[in-house]
Ligand binder design. Structure first.
Ligand SMILES: *[C@@H]1O[C@H](CO)[C@@H](O)[C@H](O)[C@H]1NC(C)=O
Ligand SMILES: *[C@@H]1O[C@H](CO)[C@@H](O)[C@H](O)[C@H]1NC(C)=O
Ligand SMILES: [Ca+2]
Ligand SMILES: [Ca+2]
Length: 171
């Protein structure tokens, strides 16, 4: 299959999942609170292009603002089967300190990151060279990492390419 085919298949699958939960939902309020996700399980982009990719589809690069949202995205990722076939996961989320070094905000909502679920010793603004630190965050999971790397955050260089996760943000 070409990349485009894979993308179309994933989109249809995500669209179908959305419809199923809509039909099953007998509670409009519960439905309106539910997020939809998109996970680029087969291709990588830099952080800026991931932001654009999500926005182009009416979605936002992921925000993880509390324990509930973390559990929801872990459940979604499990449902894709990705973590059954891969030992680890690294995917862009919208947290970044591009505006001011050390001050992390969600690009998706504009809100400050006040659920700081960082991996041990992160964020470390690791310097890849004299002028480039790490200003964009990934969600990282490693099957053998224990409590660390357990769907926790890590700042990485924004121009690096990673998988990414988009979400809808209910109004
Ligand atoms: C991340 O959040 C979960 C649930 O809120 C918590 O159990 C865990 O200890 C947190 N991990 C870190 C590294 O902050
Ligand atoms: C990793 O996070 C999950 C989901 O919150 C939790 O159930 C599990 O206990 C955590 N694992 C470790 C080793 O902390
Ligand atoms: Ca930084
Ligand atoms: Ca880092």
């Amino acid at each position: 299959m070409t990349k485009l085919h894979v993308f179309v298949v994933i989109c249809v699958a995500v669209a179908l999942q959305g419809q199923v939960s809509f039909q099953q939902g007998d509670n409009t309020f519960a439905w309106s609170r539910q997020k939809e996700y998109y996970f680029s399980s087969s291709f990588k982009l830099n952080w800026f292009k991931a932001v654009e990719y999500c926005r182009d589809r009416g979605m936002f690069l992921l925000s993880v603002r509390n324990a509930e949202e973390r559990e929801a995205v872990i459940d979604y990722l499990a449902s894709t089967g990705y973590t059954k076939t891969h030992k680890g996961l690294m995917a862009w989320i919208s947290a970044n300190d591009l505006g001011e070094e050390g001050e992390f905000y969600w690009a998706s909502t504009g809100g400050r990151v006040n659920y700081p679920n960082w991996s041990d010793t992160e964020p470390n603004d690791y310097k890849t060279d004299e002028c480039t630190g790490e200003d964009c965050a990934i969600l990282e999971y490693w099957a053998e990492g224990g409590a660390n790397y357990n769907y926790t955050f890590n700042d990485r260089a924004c121009t690096k390419e990673f998988l990414f996760i988009c979400e809808t943000l209910p109004q």
